[in-house]
Design a protein around this ligand. Structure first.
Ligand code: P1T
Length: 388
């Protein structure tokens, strides 16, 4: 599909067609897995299609990167070996020792660990602020030093909502760039670049890949100069996604829209069920009218996603027991796959933030609601909450 055609198409058409034209030599409808590290040159410097060495570029990756850019309404996409590899490349492309980043007080534990235990050791300053609070983020910015304002929305695991448009204005006032980790929302539900963000980050391991069979990450930008800087660092640092991983991620991306609609349908039913349950004390979902970020979410998201967090009346002990008792929900880290997962953030995905401002409640359970038959999911939760 030509770039011009792709720009005018709907989301699902872009997800399926953008980034790739059927292979001219064979007509292959799906991008082949180019399992090659290097490319024959027609005389020194005579590259065919610009391909020289697969760290720099590989056709399977090019197709995925084109599709990622198209679905996020960006100019260029970049595929990495993991979400954290994408984040590290971004930080080192845009920040230098002595620079400063405003970071969420609620975020994926591994992203916080990267900033607090790796990037800070290289001289990066870090201030945490609540992503729901525009004034707090403004106050955390150090004019002249803050290079990035980093957001997740919804956050992991507390599903806090940030106002992307307002945060973009705050960041740009201070000549900082706004980074939005769009992993939980996905480009189907929310497109941060169209709301003023400068860079979108993904753990494509999650909904974009969608089948829990591949680890990957992505960056998408609109600005040409930013794209050049990231492209340089992607090649210079080398944490690229391999061709097999790109193939799986791209295959997942093609069905993102239909999967997300079912994830949202099922999550809404799970939320309704949990809200009425006597063992549950607090259900967090941005689609609930009493969620503090509901109005902003309604403005900037198409629907509210497949992630649900809740607290149980019986404290940590009960939370651990519920995680242990489900049979359809699998007890595992990660999220965004077709299968439902349950986890205890305090002991699992967010264990590394214990003792920091990002520490999560001990009675919190996080669900990644999959696309199984919803009645089976409700029966499973009912049994686990009732101690069966
Ligand atoms: O795991 P990796 O592909 O490196 O992505 C890191 C990452 C980045 N951003 C968000 C919002 C994430 O949720 C993650 C990874 N999260 C989990 C593994 C988890 O279970 O929450």
């Amino acid at each position: 599909m030509t770039q011009e055609h792709a720009d005018k198409s709907g989301f699902e058409t872009r997800a399926i067609h953008a980034g790739y034209e059927p292979d001219p030599s064979t007509g292959a409808v799906i991008p082949p897995i180019f399992a090659t590290s290097t490319y024959k040159q027609d005389g020194v410097g005579g590259l065919r299609g610009g391909y020289e060495y697969s760290r720099s570029a590989n056709p399977t990756r090019t197709a995925l990167e084109g599709a990622l850019a198209a679905v996020e309404d960006g100019e260029r996409g970049f595929a990495f070996a993991s979400g954290l590899a994408a984040e590290d490349t971004l930080v080192r492309a845009l920040c230098r020792p002595g620079d400063h980043v405003v970071f969420p007080d609620d975020a994926y534990g591994g992203t916080h660990r990267l900033f607090a235990q790796v990037e800070q050791a290289w001289g990066l300053g870090l201030t945490t602020a609540a992503v729901s609070d525009v004034d707090a983020v403004r106050a955390a910015i150090r004019p002249g030093e803050t290079k990035l304002v980093w957001l997740e929305t919804p956050t992991n695991p507390l599903l806090t909502i940030a106002d992307i448009e307002a945060m973009a204005a705050v960041a740009h006032d201070a000549a900082s760039l706004l980074v939005v980790d769009n992993t939980f929302a996905t480009p189907y539900l929310q497109q941060p670049l169209t709301l003023g963000a400068d860079i979108v980050v993904h753990s494509t391991t999650k909904y974009v890949g969608g089948h829990s069979d591949v680890v990957g990450g992505a960056l998408v930008v609109r600005d040409h100069d930013l794209a050049e800087r990231i492209g340089f660092h992607q090649n210079a640092m080398g944490a690229v996604a391999g061709p097999f991983d790109c193939f799986l991620t791209h295959r997942g991306l093609k069905t993102l829209g239909v999967r997300m609609d079912r994830h949202c349908d099922n999550a809404e039913r799970v939320v309704e069920f949990l809200t009425g349950h006597s063992a549950v004390i607090d259900v967090t979902y941005p689609g609930l009218p009493d969620h503090p970020g509901h109005e902003i979410a309604a403005r900037q998201m198409r629907r509210y996603g497949g992630m649900v967090s809740f607290r149980v009346a019986g404290g940590e002990e009960q939370a651990l027991a519920v995680c242990d008792r489900t049979r359809v929900f699998t007890l595992a880290e990660s999220l965004g796959g077709i299968e439902s997962l349950i986890e205890h953030p305090g002991r699992m995905t967010h264990a590394s933030v214990a003792g920091t401002e990002l520490e999560v409640p001990a009675d919190l359970i996080r669900l990644s609601v999959g696309i199984e038959t919803v009645d089976d999911l409700l029966a499973d939760l009912d049994r686990a909450l009732s101690g069966g």
